[in-house]
Each structure stands twice: as structure tokens, then as C-alpha cells.
Design a protein around this ligand. Structure first.
Ligand code: ZN
Length: 245
């Protein structure tokens, strides 16, 4: 299959959904920090455990300043643009993402289902008051840890290890997996639940599955076709065909 043929397939489908993982953001300078790499090796392995956040909030927010705050300033790339353009042409129903960087929205995607939350929203762990990234940045100018007026610890609205996924996002993602006739997975190694479960649900309900990922994924055998190539090259090629039709 070529990118041009995939575009024809997308146009001929009725309900197309994309599932994205860390791979779509690497060209925006965001490393797969849950995966193995040396970049954050000076931080504890359990930096994303919910128990660590409560036990060592200062440690977590040191990591936040170095790793998560820069992520909030990253720019989207061609892979994000591709999905936003497909949606704006009514060729894509939704983007389901494991990423917390908000780059799909920056690129213009409207219907984004965030399985792990995002780094732009915060709330008080005691009274529940919602905060913006800007207000948390301000609090962190003069404090090692952001605290609410009530004294409670303010946390990002992301899913830590040891927490369950947001119910609404998960049920929406599952609904799309059941109802789609074409699922395109981009930049996910498909080894972590529930991302790995969604393509299986889609296949069980008769959808075609296309995987775009440089390197092996956990569900290559299940895919109807696999583009084993650089995501940006793939995205640019598909955008080119999209613009010429
Ligand atoms: Zn509070």
C-alpha cells in the first residue's frame, strides 16, 4: 500500500479514527519519557507513580520544571497537521491519544480524546479547584510546590501510574473503536493497555487496521497494513496527496 492508496481508503471509509502515541511527538522534540532513554535517568524510575507525587511533591515538580514545562511550549509537527487536516475535511472522526502534550489541539484538531489527560490542566487534590498552567507557573515562581488557598497540593490533570484512566475518555475511545471501519495507529508501540486494546476491539468489530510506526509494535500481526517508516515522511507524503486532490 502507498500513501496515495491509503488516502483513497480513508475517503472510501465512513468512520475513520486515529490512535496516536509518543512517536508522533518525537519530532517536536518531546522524548518518549515513559520509554527507556537516558534523558531523565537522574530522576527516579517511579517519577510518574501517584505515590511518588504525594510522597515527594518537590521531586515531582523539579521534574515538571525540566521535562513537562518545556513540553507545554513545544510546536506541533507534520503528523499532527495531517490529522487536523483530515478532520477539517471530514475524513477523520476523532484522534485518540496517549500523549499529554496538547499538540493535536495546537495543530487544530477539534475532537481529541486524551487517555492520559494533559499538562495544561491542574486541580487541587484537597478541594478540587481547577487551575490553569499559567496560574501554576506563577505559584512555582516563589514556591517549590504549588499549593491551593486551602493548603492542598495542586497536581496536573494527567494520569499517573497507579491511577485509572478518565472514564469519559476511555468510553469515548472504546465507542470509536467499536464503530469505526478504519483505525490508523501512529507512533505507538501498542504494548500498554488500553491503547493496545483499542485496535483489537476495532478489528473484532470488522474495522481495517493500519499501523504507521518506525519499528515493531505489539500488534503488527493484526494489522491489515503496516507503514514501517518515519512518521514525518509519511505525513508529508499523505498531505501532498491530500492537497493535490
Ligand atoms: Zn484547594
Amino acid at each position: 500500500m502507498t500513501e496515495r492508496e491509503l488516502l483513497e481508503k480513508i475517503k472510501a471509509s465512513h468512520h475513520v479514527v486515529a490512535l496516536t502515541g509518543a512517536g508522533v511527538s518525537t519530532e517536536s522534540g518531546i522524548p518518549d519519557f515513559r520509554g527507556p532513554n537516558g534523558l531523565y535517568s537522574k530522576y527516579p524510575e517511579n517519577i510518574f507513580d501517584i505515590d511518588y507525587l504525594y510522597a515527594e511533591p518537590e521531586g515531582f515538580y523539579r521534574f515538571w520544571r525540566e521535562a513537562l514545562l518545556p513540553m507545554s511550549e513545544a510546536q506541533h509537527n507534520d503528523a499532527h497537521t495531517l490529522l487536523a487536516e483530515l478532520e477539517s475535511r471530514s475524513l477523520l472522526e476523532a484522534v485518540i491519544t496517549q500523549n499529554i502534550d496538547g499538540l493535536h489541539q495546537k495543530a487544530g484538531s477539534k475532537n481529541v480524546i486524551e487517555l492520559h489527560g494533559n499538562i495544561f490542566e491542574y486541580y487541587c487534590t484537597r478541594c478540587g479547584k481547577v487551575r490553569s498552567l499559567e496560574s501554576v507557573k506563577k505559584l512555582l515562581e516563589s514556591n517549590p510546590v504549588p499549593r491551593c488557598d486551602c493548603g492542598g497540593l495542586i497536581r496536573p490533570n494527567i494520569v499517573f501510574f497507579g491511577e485509572s484512566l478518565p472514564m469519559h475518555a476511555l468510553s469515548e475511545a472504546t465507542r470509536h473503536a467499536r464503530e469505526c471501519d478504519l483505525m490508523i495507529v501512529l507512533g505507538s508501540s501498542l504494548v500498554v493497555y488500553p491503547a493496545a486494546q483499542l485496535p483489537i476491539i476495532a478489528k473484532e468489530h470488522g474495522a481495517k487496521l493500519i499501523i504507521v510506526n518506525k519499528g515493531k509494535t505489539g500488534l503488527d500481526d493484526l494489522a491489515d497494513f503496516k507503514f514501517d517508516r518515519n512518521l514525518s515522511d509519511f505525513a508529508r507524503e499523505l498531505i501532498k496527496h491530500l492537497h493535490s486532490t
